[in-house]
Design a protein around this ligand. Structure first.
Ligand code: BGC
Length: 739
């Protein structure tokens, strides 16, 4: 039997090769030819994605298989996820090649910020506002992933989120749709490059479609309810940008949208994705999300769930096995048209051809390449570069930072300074923990005398052995104290109702500051956190997210001034829990906020202002940013212009600044936010150096989506604003005339 399979496999591979050399067929044409040979069972087999049992990234599905390899050999799986051992990958691929048509498997994995070498968490990378660095980082992740036998990452997550209670903000690019779109493009390009079959590229997956980041009260998996207009303007753009950038796949979201679970949502999957955007790639469900249409109260049973998902255009089912159990009967009974199945399978096969899997199914299984690539010096250097760019300097009174060169001894306080697991950050399952450089190790390697003290209990945040921490501070030249949440506190299913740092951590910092020694506070976390006590008393604060394999070295680069920090916050940092959700692009309202007046849009017990606004971040030098000057201040409809903005390094060190351009449409047929990011540029300037930057002011900058999804520019006056933070802007006026 096996021999027959092998023979037919060889035949079909040969046939593929002959047809390629005779006449170069596109992946899509090759998929069409193969589809003609497939039985209904084989087609449905391609639509199943099954997880390795040893590495579950979601709740256990209804049934385990005694032998996954046997199932694969029968052609009943199109893709496996969470298989990471190269030997197992090879064995499963061999099993797939023994199936009647020898269709290779796609291996998928959540490579969210690195495979074995870990880069900063995505929200941290986003703080760099450096699209080239972000793209490079994704490419290095792809290089290590492809060398480890995996073809497909479930990234980037492009969900906009304005509520830091949602644990998954760590996986995205923050709150802004314009910036989120730019990061989405960079990540897709980084993972995929121009050729999916190249040795250093993998397929990306834009997730979670759609609006998953808008879960009510930031509670993971919760319902989403928003107007279409709001969706088009603030949540949809990054998905659209990823589709336009050619992302190979999309993933459904767990939530419902307009009351219909996203996995069975025809508006999202048919109207938007396929019809309006003409998206050619394939859609995978999220983990179990087909079956979860039952508890959603949308499908009466798993059979109905399978029908709804297949009808809506969910091409591959991750884990819940509703397709596996019911799709054949649903097609045979006429409930689901076979054309739906053909369309789905064609898209899946096209991806397999594009990956080069039919030409060389083992091309990704090269252990020699894997050994040469993984954790190479080059990749580690790139991870360190990305990490230092991700750090945000929040406060630097009396120029405590950078620490001077003559410092010899350092009191290092806080268990987070020495925790490899935390530095790795969430969603980094395959990251090599032993290779992670903690801050303690980096300081020791640099030859400092390190007096380490825990200062608080990492589990509760309560002070612990404060005396030792104070003694360490008194006997050292400077103090570095790390506070924050644990890495395992953010990520999927890690919604939090409290973002204030524990009182113990904040009091400890106060006591250390009271020693009179220079104190640098590192706040670590996967999301915006609240630390008003520390904000008040600490002279220097760096927000370091989770920086990955080279975390400690990158922190030292910044702390000692070898790298001048240049990160900016991609999310508003609230000052109080009651402010959530909070974001800079809020509307004016009919009663604009006025702290001095009652009956305006404000709280009676807390202020409206955040702790730190979107786009905020300091440097060891200072910059001035001019008001924008418009090449044309009056535009006829359809005309475009440019805004010129001069940025000057007014300090004594070379440094990078992120110059930001915001727009406000003062009056429109639909109310518009008080400001919206519409351009940014990161530039390096020597002391005293000035540069004039040009920002396009086109339809993209001035327009918005109407409630029925049309993108329009309406005549009237616009504020064009420039600066280096969303709350530090100078403005000018632009008019778009009627005719
Ligand atoms: C997550 C996805 C992830 C998938 C596979 C789900 O729980 O929502 O983002 O890609 O698991 O691990």
């Amino acid at each position: 039997m096996k021999a027959i399979h092998l023979f037919s496999t060889c035949l079909s591979l040969l046939a593929g090769m002959i047809s390629v050399s005779a006449q170069p067929l596109t992946p899509r044409q090759r998929a069409d030819r193969l589809l003609e040979k497939m039985t209904l069972e084989e087609k449905i087999g391609q639509m199943n994605q099954i997880s390795d049992k040893s590495k579950l990234t979601g709740p256990v599905t209804e049934r385990g298989f005694s032998s996954l390899a046997e199932l694969v050999e029968k052609g009943m799986a199109g893709s496996l996820l969470n298989v990471t051992d190269p030997k197992a990958i090879r064995a499963y691929q061999e099993a797939a090649l023994r199936s009647r048509l020898g269709i290779p498997l796609i291996f998928g994995l959540d490579v969210i910020h690195g495979m074995r070498t870990i880069a900063p968490i995505p929200l941290g990378e986003a703080a760099s506002f450096d699209l080239e660095a972000i793209e490079r980082s994704a490419r290095w992740a792809a290089t290590e992933t492809a060398a480890s036998g995996i073809h497909w990452t479930f990234a980037p997550m492009v969900d906009v989120c304005v509520d830091a209670r949602w644990g998954r903000v760590m996986e995205g690019a923050g709150e802004d749709p314009y910036y989120g779109s730019a990061v989405a493009r960079a990540r897709v390009k980084g993972f995929q490059g121009d050729d999916l079959s190249a040795a250093n590229t993998i397929m990306a997956c834009c997730k979670h479609f759609a609006a998953y980041g808008a879960a009510v009260s930031g509670k993971d998996y919760n319902s989403v309810d928003m107007s279409r207009g709001h969706f088009y303007n603030y949540y949809m753009p990054p998905y659209k940008a990823a589709a336009e950038a050619g992302v190979a796949t999309f993933m459904n979201a767990f939530n419902d949208f307009d009351g219909v679970p996203c996995t069975g949502n025809a508006f999202l999957l048919q109207e938007l994705l396929r019809e309006r955007w003409q998206y050619p790639g394939f859609v995978v469900s999220d983990w179990n999300s087909v079956g979860e249409m039952v508890p959603h109260g949308y499908a009466a049973d798993r059979r109905e769930a399978a029908a709804a998902a297949a009808d809506a255009g969910c091409d591959m089912e991750m884990c819940s096995l509703c397709y596996f159990d019911h799709l054949k009967e649903l097609v045979e009974s006429g409930r689901v048209p076979e054309k739906k199945i053909d369309d789905a399978v064609r898209r899946i096969l096209t991806a397999k051809f594009a990956l080069g899997l039919f030409d060389d199914p083992m091309r990704y299984c090269d252990t020699l390449r894997m050994r040469r690539t993984v954790l190479s010096d080059e990749i580690r250097a790139a991870a360190r570069d990305m990490a230092k760019r991700s750090v945000v300097l929040l406060k630097n009174d009396r120029r405590v930072l950078p620490l001077p060169a003559d410092i010899r001894s350092i009191a290092l306080v806080g268990p987070l300074c020495d925790s490899q697991t935390d530095m790795k950050g969430g969603w980094a399952g395959e990251g090599v923990v032993d290779s992670i450089v903690t801050l303690r190790r980096a300081l020791t390697d640099r030859g400092y005398t390190v007096h380490f003290a825990e200062g608080y209990d990492p589990a509760t945040g309560r002070e612990r052995d404060t005396g030792a921490a104070i003694r360490a501070a008194r006997s050292s030249d400077a103090v570095i104290v790390a506070v924050g949440e644990r890495a395992s506190d953010s990520g999927e299913a890690k919604s939090r109702g409290e973002l204030n740092l524990p009182a113990g951590q904040q009091e400890l910092v106060k006591k250390l500051v009271d020693t009179g020694k220079p104190v640098v506070v590192l706040v670590m976390g996967g999301r915006p956190l609240i630390f008003n006590g520390i904000r008040e008393c600490a002279p220097a604060i760096l927000f370091t997210w989770w920086l990955g394999t080279e975390a400690g070295n990158a922190m030292c680069d910044v702390i000692f001034g070898e790298y001048n920090p240049s990160g900016k916050l991609p999310m508003t940092f609230p000052a109080h829990m009651g402010q959530l959700p909070i974001y800079y692009y809020h509307k004016s309202t009919g009663r604009p906020a006025d702290p001095a007046k009652s009956h305006t849009t404000r709280f009676i017990d807390i202020e409206n202002d955040p702790a730190y606004p979107f786009g905020y971040g300091l440097s060891y030098t200072t910059f001035s940013v001019s008001a924008p000057r418009l090449e044309k201040a009056v535009l006829a409809p359809g005309e475009e212009t440019r805004a010129l903005v001069t940025v000057t390094n007014t300090g004594e060190r070379a440094g990078e600044e992120v110059v930001q351009l915001y727009v406000r449409d003062r009056f429109a047929s639909v109310t518009r936010p008080v400001k919206e990011l519409r351009g940014f540029r990161k530039v390096m300037l020597a002391p005293g150096e000035s540069r004039t930057l040009e920002f396009p002011v086109t339809k993209e900058q001035l327009g918005f989506y109407t409630n029925d999804g049309k993108f329009v520019v309406e005549p009237g006056d616009f504020d064009i604003m420039a600066g280096n933070s969303s709350d530090n802007l100078l403005r000018t006026t632009l008019t778009v005339t009627q005719q």
